[in-house]
Design a protein around this ligand. Sequence first.
Ligand code: NAD
Ligand code: ZN
Length: 378
Amino acid sequence: MSTVGKVIKCKAAVAWAPNQPLVIEEIEVAPPQANEVRIKIVATGVCHTDLYHLFEGMNKKGFPVVLGHEGAGIVESVGPGVTEFQPGDKVIPLFVAQCRECRFCKSPKTNQCEKGWANKDYDVMSDAESRFTCRGQKVLQFMGTSTFSEYTVVEQLCVAKIDPAAPLDKVCLLGCGICTGYGAAVNTAKVEEGSSCAVFGLGAVGLAAVMGCKAAGAKRIIAVDTNPEKFDKAKIFGATDFVNPKDHSKPITEVLREMTNGGVDFSMECVGNVEVMRSALESTIKGWGVSVVVGWTNMHDFSARPITLISGRTWKGSFFGGFKSKDGVPLMVKAYLNNKVKVDEFITHNMSLDQVNDAIELMKHGKCIRTVLAVSSQ
Ligand code: NAD
Ligand code: ZN
């Protein structure tokens, strides 16, 4: 029986409160309204930004919420005004919009679209924008997506149509972590051929940054992590040197400067820690060093000495790897299908949505790169 135009009752993992395990609930998903698309989520990754909202962000207003923003699925139905998508299309929901009309979309300098929900906020949609209810209560949507649910409703500005040949249980990771890290290296840092790079933090985002540095032709890629279990993977993605800050009595900045005759050309912080952001900046060489903040935090200020920048370094941030989302994600999917970027190598665990709390625990304890959750069958 067709579900078009009807409320869908389905399974979702609801985060009722900060620091609490998610609860598998039956939720109601309203039909898509004007310019919205209802998507059957097939698979989703678990990203550190989901954990940030749950454990670190202290956003008490951001609950109850359905987390998840690294998913892939199939269009179930579309709201009035949607011409770009049809039921059956394979899609990746996007946490950054691309309207193609605003001054930001028209500029090649940025991917910060001015339209859509994310213009107002970066983490949860408002009550009015969310299409979820559970136990008679409105449930918020995380990053405009909410992929820890069998169905979700997303603005059409925040959906990318992808190659029908793409395996959704793999390319879901292109909805966040891989594009974020890869793009931070190639789009934001603009890593150059023959350069030296340092990547701090070797989760999926950092490993993708390593992959981006390698694709850009970096000669030396120093992988930095306090968890040495991550180094084997970093090697697969192209890292040439491996440094555990805990193995050294000197500050990591000094270690890297000594290894590279004054500092690396490019560094990327993929941890989400303001101290590490400073170290990453100070590990770059004076004159032309570029450091990119990728790790996510809105909790603390960071600091550095002005002379660090006066002497010629550049400090930048990167949101979704600088990719214009609707344009970039299908291209990354194609690149994966053509064996130009790796995706399978990021997946260390496969589980079902019911096991989402186990997946969260694995990430919390540094025991996975990415867990892919099977959400619904195709
Ligand atoms: P993850 O938890 O899988 O990886 C983080 C890694 O950092 C771990 O390997 C951990 O051992 C390492 N680490 C911790 N402390 C360290 C230190 N002091 N020095 C070196 N390494 C250290 O997380 P992830 O999913 O790869 O995400 C990484 C960061 O990127 C998070 O902050 C996440 O929120 C952020 N993120 C940002 C964007 C964006 O658009 N800017 C998008 C997605 C994720
Ligand atoms: Zn993410």
